[in-house]
Design a protein around this ligand. Structure first.
Ligand code: CA
Length: 441
């Protein structure tokens, strides 16, 4: 375990209790130690969307005027930025502004806040809210940070050489598509594309037959960097905003035909799902872990290495995948868990990813989204996509309904959930990212 004590404050205190009772229940994803942000409004209303913070079964509406008298000057400037329908300006404002809002809200929501009656008007029930994508996402880059994923996938295409020579030297990534980033709950249409079967010489244009999910985390960038000014690995944390759950839907048959030599294109760009809640990096401090490479692997180049990254560069965010088919739903069978894994098993840390991404002078901007890459671990039940789990479709999984799946069928619902837990600290949740596959048009 990393000694993170120097990085903690009163907002992380396990004994912190809220006057909102539901926040104190052990299975509540949104205790007072979490305080994730989303952009919301009351369901079915024409209210403007604005930022809100989750606590128990409520959202604290950051546009509510009743909050203002109870906030310090910096936190007041934070809510004026965060009450907009796009959080880019709040993200750009930097860690100190974001931290002051967390600190003031933590105080207002604590059990010993005596003026609670004055702020109850700011509370909106989560189950009466609808959400939107929280920022204008200018850019989306997806990485490939789990060496277990890279090896499991690579050996299907290149049994003799599953992990390519560059893998241990740089975090492999590609530029993704922002216009098809969808919020959790939005249906996913089965894409069509060029598919070339192994036994035929010419490709056909047809509906994808090997549709897959990838369980990932999405990292929102806070303060950006100027073009030409790389972010040093020691300074990456100043540029991070928070983390959501991300599903990088993948059309494997389209991907295998199109991916060489420039990487995936239409196999990925038809849809990417994200969860509405963003957990801040301040909330994630207790769950950091040391990051070490396997013995014998090359040391990262100096611009991708720092002492701090070795001490606490990994983050123990657990992510699980559940599947519920249309038949399971019809028979009231609960979603079945397909995998469970942790971001702490990543070969490349987030600091290394950001340092690498900007090492050529590329400018990241507030609200940009970074995909972690499929979060697979070494165990068989930690394979976080069907391509790995079913070994390219050769070993289908059997479901509680008696059905089998090699890849996703129409009507299948994929549910990703994520959380952090560590002895001596609160268990904090990310909520979920779910979507149902629809037949091709
Ligand atoms: Ca991916």
């Amino acid at each position: 375990m990393a000694d993170v004590s120097g990085r903690l404050n009163e907002t992380h205190d396990l004994n912190g209790r809220s006057w909102i009772d539901a926040a104190n229940k052990p299975d509540c994803p949104f205790p007072i130690q979490n305080l994730p942000i989303a952009v919301f409004r009351r369901s079915g209303s024409s209210e403007p969307f604005r930022g809100g913070i989750a606590i128990g079964e409520f959202i604290v509406d950051l546009a509510a005027p009743c909050l203002l008298p109870h906030l310090g000057e910096t936190a007041r400037s934070a809510v004026s930025l965060a009450s907009s329908p796009c959080l880019n300006a709040f993200m750009a404002a930097g860690r100190a502004v974001q931290r002051s809002l967390r600190s003031d809200l933590s105080r207002i929501l604590r059990h010993d806040f005596h003026e609670r009656k004055n702020v109850t008007e700011a509370l909106v029930a989560i189950d009466q809210a609808e959400f939107k994508i929280p920022s204008q996402i200018g850019n989306f880059s997806d990485f490939y940070c789990s060496i277990h994923h890279a090896a499991n996938v690579g050996k299907q295409f290149r049994p003799d050489n599953p992990v390519l020579p560059n893998y241990r030297w740089l975090p492999v990534g590609y530029q993704g598509r922002t216009s098809s980033i969808l919020l959790s709950g939005h249906a996913i249409g089965r894409p069509k594309g060029q598919i070339r079967d192994a036994d035929s010489s010419d490709p056909i244009y047809a509906a994808c037959r090997r549709l897959d999910y990838e369980a990932e985390l999405g990292i929102f960038i806070g303060a950006g960097n100027a073009l030409g000014n790389p972010i040093a690995i020691e300074e990456v944390e100043d540029h991070l905003f928070g983390v959501c759950i991300l599903n990088d839907w993948s059309a494997r048959d389209i991907q295998s035909w199109e991916y060489q030599p420039l990487g995936p294109f239409l196999a990925k760009s038809f849809a990417t799902s994200i969860s509405p809640w963003i957990v801040s990096f301040d909330a994630l401090e207790p769950y950091r872990l040391p990051h070490r490479r396997p013995a014998g692997d090359p040391a990262p180049l100096p611009h991708l290495a720092s002492k701090q990254d070795e001490v606490c560069g990994a983050i123990d965010i657990r992510i699980s995948v559940h599947l519920q088919t249309a038949a399971m739903q019809a028979h009231d069978l609960a979603p079945v868990r397909l995998s469970s894994s942790t971001y702490a098993d990543s070969y490349w840390t987030l600091a290394q990813v950001i340092a690498h991404h900007t090492s050529n002078g590329c400018n990241l901007q507030a609200g940009d989204l970074i995909g972690s890459g499929t979060i697979s671990g070494p165990a068989p039940d930690a394979r976080a996509c069907l391509l790995e789990l079913t070994e390219g479709g050769r070993s289908p999984v059997t479901l509680p309904s008696g059905e089998t799946r090699a890849f996703l069928q129409d009507g299948d619902t994929v549910i990703l959930s994520a959380w952090c837990e560590r002895e001596g600290f609160a268990r904090i949740g990310f909520g979920e990212c779910r979507a149902t596959v629809q037949a091709a048009e």
